[in-house]
Design a protein around this ligand. Sequence first.
Ligand SMILES: [Zn+2]
Ligand SMILES: [Zn+2]
Length: 379
Amino acid sequence: MAKRDYYEVLGVGKTASPDEIKTAYRRLARQYHPDVAKEDPKAAEAKFKEISEAYEVLADPQKRRNYDQRGFDAVESDFGPGGFTWQNFTHQGDLEDLLGSNPLFQQLFGSFMGGMGSPTGRLTRGSDVEVAVRLPLTAAIEGAHPTLEVPIVGPCRDCHGTGAKNGTALEVCPECGGSGQVRRSRSRGYTQFITVGQCPVCHGRGQRILEKCPVCGGAGRRRTVERIEVTIPPGIEDGAVLRVGGHGGRGLEGEPAGDLYVQVVFEPSDHIRRDGTDAYTDATVPLAIPLLGGTAKVRTIDGHAELKVPAGTQPETQFRMRGLGFPRFRGSTRGDLVVTLHVEIPRSLSGHEKDLVREALGSDAPTATGRQSFFRRRS
Ligand SMILES: [Zn+2]
Ligand SMILES: [Zn+2]
């Protein structure tokens, strides 16, 4: 099959924005996922792989630039000798909400979602990284796309992750002959037991370093900071941790990257308390409002709303404003905003005002119990 231009594969223009590319990829992924396209799963998988390869390149600014300038040759070297495989795909996090619960998806990506090493036992998968992101409470309603600075450990560029000077000061491991594995046989009676294990000299790498890379000291890895935009879905709870697959530390020797875990922490609000999908707030109105009826201005999570207060409303009454709470995670509805109404009593009245109140509300001075009801504490 002749290779098609990546932009053509995703059906986007050469100047498409990262968002447009992502949207196009997600739309096609939904269409061509083998489990969805049941009539010809094999063709669908080939297609799914084709769009995923295109996305892997176009979603990465550096790879996209290289591809724009020099075509397939510029990026194919990233994928190893056999071309693109699922091991090269680092954006499974972009599909997880679409297909994450799909068994076929898990099977396809399982090999590098479960954090297993390669079959030879080389422990070169990238490490997992956890970062926290602080967001205003309004992000719980709208979601957010913060760009995070993620400290990751990736292959050292000077030695291409080998740990050897210039990446060349290496020899084939004399212990295992380059396989990274050693066979040990042991006899017990007439039975011979053969065990295969990681080579103790090269730790499964198959190569031995003759001279260490002076930049990384032979570790083959270095710390860098990567900027990654993550999507925080609406309705997420304070303190929740999101997994962004494949954005942790880079793997060595073509092994998968680790995962990025993002903890979402909301900035405390001075006027909203959260309990699940319900929000709680307070509003204070002058005495005339509950006496005569009127409206109270209420601060909501992300703005203001008007609350109708009927005449005769008692102080500390709670009102439920439907749909002004927090969204349900991955749902379309929202909880309520519960407003506790406080009544402001005038601190001083003129003699004339006092006369008017006596005339309107009765001449008796308020009793001790009556007074208490006005100052009853919020429970
Ligand atoms: Zn060895
Ligand atoms: Zn190095």
